[in-house]
Design a protein around this ligand. Sequence first.
Ligand code: SF4
Length: 369
Amino acid sequence: MARPSLHDLTFRALEDELASAGLPRVHALPLWRALYREWETIGPALAKNAAFPPPLRRWLGEHPPVLDVPMEHDMRASADGQTQKFLLRLGDGQTIETVLMGYDGRHTACVSTQAGCAMGCVFCATGQMGFVRHLRAGEIVAQVLHAQRALGGGLRNLVLMGMGEPLHNYDAVMAALEIIADSRGLGLAPGRITISTVGVVPGILRLVEEKQPWNLAVSLHGSTEEERAALVPVSARWSLRTLISACHEYSRQTERKIFFEWTLIAGRNDSPAHAERLGALLRGIRSHVNLIPLNPTAGYDGTESGAGAAAEFQRTLRRAGVPSTVRQRRGIDVAAGCGQLTAQRPSCVPFFPPSQPLPHPDPHLPRKA
Ligand code: SF4
């Protein structure tokens, strides 16, 4: 069997790996620091690291480690210089996109968790391309490392809102976040990490059960079953009612706020009546709504709501006691906005078109819904 990438291993798993090779577990710390503080990119160079104890150097020399260092295929920066979009090529040739956004000197990385996506949201370019494969933990971690290198350090926030549905790749995502938040390495604070789901209910309940510390964002987009189903096909599997009930459970048990994402599409879901129904749905849930005017994609002919409709929507939510923010559109000129990521390359062939049933859901997800 192929050896795992060192970036796939949590600190505990790295200790176990060293212990199984007969090395002291304490050797994990210098190796971890080289990977996540010095951002070492060349496996063989680790064996020459003079700061390592000799037995560790010897072992690394005899077992050249595998690292996840995706190749940067392309980088596009928005005209305002605030957004960079990286097209990264993974070890097997698949390509994914990672976005780095900077506001007021604070930087947020938006990473992908799958190549493609099985959820098929109609307005989303990733959904339109279909599902290719899950990313390994190391491939998710590597995107954060790539962003850190591009910045020269100082990454502040992380959102899992790139290509893919994070809760459809639950185990790899949780392992990646454990690595990214580990204070001995990258050390991103859990409160600055947000998982965004389109409503994989068993995954939300598992986050609660496991007391996972990350923020949660839930994409709703529709205030009735029919409205949501027309935009988000996965709601046929987990209804709006089931999803809202899982959100109540999350809010009750964690006492944390949930960020609800609402793509504003002119004439589809942007009227005051929609906002009233949304306000009623969220009653009793600690929530904040992010209103995101639709970003254009080739496969969907809807248009974004105007500023007037967005402001009215927000006023209606406020009257219902629900705080909200109209998100500024950024990075649209380089197709780096919400729902615009595709990583279109000949190597990136969707195996499961979005019209087909959800492929091999994570076997570890409980089937409660
Ligand atoms: S919006 Fe998110 S969950 Fe929906 S298809 Fe796009 S990437 Fe997948």
